[in-house]
Write a protein that binds this ligand. Structure first.
Ligand code: PRX
Length: 648
């Protein structure tokens, strides 16, 4: 039952250009193969060596202790401070006055911090926290827009050894309250508000509502961003700028044990309460550092931009900890991708001379829909590498990204990973691999990925099954905050002793991995288990389609039938003929079996706030039943309401 049929075939593959290869950190396939081999066969030697590239305060004595599986202990005996690894280590040499963060606000205001300036700001913030009684071992909730102070707050917590728990600024006060309570936080860092699509998000008001009746929080540090009126609780609230003005710019980084908690980050499954994913200092930093270095091929003169929010794991690992520990110049942007105009992202790429750009398929599909004329207005010739994360990127969007944004010259790294994995797990190495559109390619160093059936047997090439990881890796989650059993049950019990976090995939005969979506979303038509990803890809490969989601609907004859939800280009008329045309297109692309039984056109699909399509909500719409399960993570509830009312 665990096997998933694969119907999609992709023969194209794009090698890196000679120019890219000649400058890449790794370009020799033999060197890569040897490094990967060592990382799997002798992980202690490999990880020991890689880890020692970070500035440990005290060296570790043991690379891995897995005797208490599934609770790993990496780099025991070692002491490291994550903020010192991101800042202090760069202050001695030529990076001292290099730009660390170049930030642009939604209204167009720009601020820059060199490594020296960022170090001073983080130290002041750390001292301000200490002065208010926040200390090593505490948890600090951070609820902010994408302003530089968000990165500062994260690093300041790391500096004093308090674990941060960043809660995405788009969440409601209820979600914030649940997370503050679950983490038993002593401190909140927030802003008065943030800009989003030209409007102010009233963040401080949400914090005030969230904290009603909670007495664990003694301090709320408030960044002034939007300058609207806010309620003030004198005992508890402090302006960030006032507290920092009074604080010293030197704060010695706390020596943290490798296994000390660095942060909690909540991830919501489709049901149940959000899980506080725990990441610890040493292993997480090694994973973030090394993957940023090799996957994004970071070089001294790169200007690197990841468009995620720091409220998600992508922002933690690939805006803050990964690139900064590599001494990179990081671009950070506050606002929405299309505010005030549809070319906003490309304007930022041109203006800040971005060379490496990392975004999500949902954004790429939005830009496809908006049209090529927007990126065409801007000079994107400095881009040399593109990345994708968060969902499977369908080949059509991949090709568009490569051609329109990457000028047919930039390699694309489609990176598969999770909040739980801490860092990138399956990815091409851009100087080494020829990349087929739609494949996340190969396990990263030290990642022992396999495709298994439900009994734990390895499946042959091209057979879709459960994507599992056999060996522990440094940046793996260390547990779920306050719920040891849930950690064991969720990740380690499907196949005992092996990590499984819910995705289906296949590996082709060359060893490339193709992610097929969440196994919970798999559709069973007449006993054939089909991947949502493949049917959606087939739909999106039709020139009139922008985005598609398919889900199972109960069917008396076939068990389940495919219901498709489709968004089309702005100038496309929807009609029954188009429905037939798209059905035939799917039949041609992957076969009759996958042809949707039913197709609905819609302006938008329901998505999470991080841009993932919420198929479980569409399942209820398709089945004609009430919405079941949690809708608190949906970005725009009106999309769902419309879908229920507006069938054509
Ligand atoms: O289903 C996979 C999908 O996103 C899930 C992890 O989500 P989250 O913890 O929010 O982290 C997102 C950022 C790392 C995975 O289980 N996913 C992520 N990247 C890809 C992907 N699906 C296909 N291809 C990817 N590159």
């Amino acid at each position: 039952m665990s096997q998933i049929e694969s119907l999609l075939h992709e023969d194209r593959a794009f090698p890196p250009t000679a120019e890219f290869k000649s400058a890449a950190r790794i370009s020799d396939p033999a060197e890569y193969a040897e490094m990967y081999r060592e990382s799997i066969l002798d992980p202690e030697a490999f990880w020991g060596r890689m880890a020692r590239e970070l500035p440990w305060m005290v060296d570790f004595d043991k690379v891995l202790d897995w005797s208490d599986a599934p609770f790993a202990r990496w780099f025991e005996g070692g002491k490291l401070n994550a903020s010192a690894a991101c800042l202090d280590q760069h202050l001695e040499g030529p990076r001292a006055h290099k730009t660390a963060i170049r930030w642009e606000g939604e209204p167009g205001d720009v601020r820059e911090f060199t490594y020296t300036e960022l170090h001073a700001e983080v130290s002041r913030c750390a001292n301000a926290l200490k002065a208010r009684g926040t200390k090593k071992g505490d948890r600090v909730a951070i609820y902010m827009p994408m302003v530089p102070e968000l990165a500062v707050a994260v690093l300041a917590c790391a500096r004093i050894g308090a674990a941060h728990s960043v809660i995405f600024g788009g969440f409601s006060s209820k979600a914030l309250r649940d997370r503050i309570q679950d983490g038993d936080c002593s401190t909140v860092i927030c802003a008065d508000g943030g800009w989003r699509r030209g409007k102010i998000l009233p963040l401080k008001r949400e914090v005030d509502a969230a904290l009603e009746g909670i007495d664990s929080v003694h301090t709320v540090l408030v960044v002034r961003r939007t300058e609207q009126e806010v309620a003030w609780f004198k005992e508890r609230d402090t302006w960030y700028h006032e507290a920092l003005a009074a604080a010293d710019a030197e704060c010695a980084p706390e020596p943290m044990d490798s296994e000390d908690l660095l942060f909690l980050l909540y991830t919501s499954g489709s049901t149940g309460k959000p899980k506080g994913i725990m990441h610890t200092t040493g292993g997480y930093m090694v994973g973030a550092y090394l993957s940023a270095r090799f996957v994004f091929d970071l070089r001294e003169d790169d200007v690197y931009w990841c468009s995620a929010d720091i409220g998600w794991i992508t922002g933690h690992s690939y805006i803050v900890y990964g690139p900064l520990s590599n001494g990179a110049t990081v671009v950070m942007y506050e606002g929405a991708p299309t505010t005030p105009h549809p070319g906003r992202f490309w304007e930022i790429c041109e203006k800040h001379k971005v060379t490496v750009f990392y975004t999500a398929p949902t954004a790429i599909r939005t830009f496809m829909r908006l049209g090529e004329e927007h990126p065409e207005k801007f000079d994107l010739s400095r881009l040399r590498l593109l990345g994708s994360v968060g969902e499977a990127i369908n080949p059509e969007a991949w090709i568009w990204y490569r051609r329109v944004i990457g000028g047919d010259r930039c390699p694309i790294v489609d990176t598969w990973w999770q909040t739980e994995t801490g860092s990138i797990m399956i990815t091409p190495l851009p100087g080494v691999h020829d990349t087929p559109p739609g494949s996340a390619m190969r396990p990263f160093f030290g990642v022992d990925a396999v495709i298994l059936d439900e009994a734990g047997a390895e499946l042959p090439a091209n057979q879709g099954g459960l994507l599992c990881i056999k060996k522990p890796w440094p940046s793996m989650l260390r547990g779920i905050w306050g719920d040891e059993q849930r950690y064991r049950d969720t990740y380690w019990s499907e196949i005992p002793g092996v990590y499984f976090a819910g995705d289906g995939a296949r590996r082709d005969e060359q060893g490339n991995f193709w992610i097929m979506g969440r196994v919970d979303d798999v559709i069973n038509v007449s006993g054939h288990r089909l991947s949502t990803m493949e049917v959606e890809s087939a739909l999106v490969s039709h020139p009139k389609v922008c985005e598609a989601a398919v889900v199972a609907r109960p069917d008396e004859i076939t068990g389940q039938a495919i219901s498709a939800f489709v968004t089309v280009g702005a100038d496309v008329e929807v009609s029954d003929e188009l429905r037939v045309e798209l059905g035939e297109h799917v039949t041609q692309e992957i076969g009759k079996l996958a042809r949707p039984r039913e197709m609905r056109f819609t302006d938008a699909l329901p998505k999470t706030r991080s841009g993932k399509i919420m198929r479980r909500l569409l399942r209820d719409v398709a089945a004609g039943t009430e919405t079941s399960g949690d809708t608190s993570t949906i970005e725009d509830l009106s999309v769902l309401a419309k879908l229920r009312g507006d069938e054509i």
